[in-house]
Design a protein around this ligand. Structure first.
Ligand SMILES: C[S@@+](CC[C@H](N)C(=O)[O-])C[C@H]1O[C@@H](n2cnc3c(N)ncnc32)[C@H](O)[C@@H]1O
Length: 249
């Protein structure tokens, strides 16, 4: 990872800076599918579960997952707040002939998604939820995912485990409250998770289909880390009734 001591003022500014200059998130610059997405596609094929579109990718970045998913024939909308990443997504989508099929949309995931109720067959969150460091934002985000999924639709969540080799050491730092870590290289704060934290968030609105933890050795730059991720697959119950707003009394 590239090192820098500067502290960007806001999370979005930090991400713009990350994409334009810092390039610390080594995995996000690979052009192939995230390993977790590969596992999930293999699992779905083995379990005879069809991935139905259209697809929504939350925090799509440069389109590393969205573009290969569009290559498979799916229509994909990607949401991200970083213009610098969305520009690269758009260029790549056009080059791949996916104009109109892989569509980047600027959006802050702390807000309601710009998507109709029950409009998407699957939501991909590949290190997206870890950016929502406030519990209330994560809870609202979980409800948004449930809202936009069709009955029977899938949510694929790949995110950092509390024993992740890169982030875990930062938990000892005095400024790391709870399981939110601040990366000293980028200034970006991330929530890191236990499997139970994820289920606590999603299982009230979705059902768990499968979950696993996977490790891989990240050998980018000069250092090696054993990265540890959660992979959780949830489904909106096929008979889910529309959510009724709570009565104001
Ligand atoms: C580690 S990158 C993952 C990108 C992509 N999912 C991938 O696998 O390559 C995290 C992404 O989250 C985006 N992000 C962070 N906070 C966000 C927010 N509040 N709203 C929208 N996007 C956000 C960043 O801009 C960045 O593109």
């Amino acid at each position: 990872m590239t090192s820098s001591s500067a502290e960007p003022k806001s999370a979005r500014a930090a991400w713009e800076r990350e994409y334009d200059e810092v390039h610390a998130y080594t995995t996000s610059y690979r052009d192939e599918l995230d390993r977790g997405v590969e596992f999930v596609l293999g699992y779905l094929a083995g379990a005879g579960i069809e991935l139905e579109g259209p697809l929504l990718e939350c925090a799509c970045g440069r389109g590393r997952n969205a573009i290969p998913l569009a290559d498979l024939g799916h229509a994909v909308v990607g949401l991200d707040h970083a213009v610098s990443a969305l520009r690269r997504f758009d260029e790549r989508a056009k080059r791949a002939g996916h104009r109109g099929r892989a569509v980047p949309v600027r959006h802050d995931l702390r807000e309601a998604f710009p998507v109709r109720d029950e409009a998407v067959g699957a939501v991909f969150d590949i290190t997206a939820i870890d950016n929502l460091v406030e519990a209330a934002d994560r809870e609202a985000y979980g409800r948004e995912i449930a809202r936009v999924l069709k009955p029977g639709g899938l949510a694929v969540v790949v995110t950092f485990d509390i024993d992740d080799g890169y982030y875990a050491p930062f938990l000892d730092r005095p400024d790391a409250a709870g399981t939110v870590v601040r990366d000293p290289h980028t200034g970006i704060r991330n929530k890191i998770f236990r499997a139970a934290d994820l289920d606590e968030l999603f299982v009230p609105v979705l059902e768990l289909v499968a979950g696993n933890r996977f490790d891989f050795v990240d050998e980018a730059a000069q250092e090696r880390w054993t990265r540890r991720f959660h992979l959780r697959l949830y489904r909106k119950p096929a008979d889910a009734s529309p959510q009724v707003p709570a009565s104001s009394g």
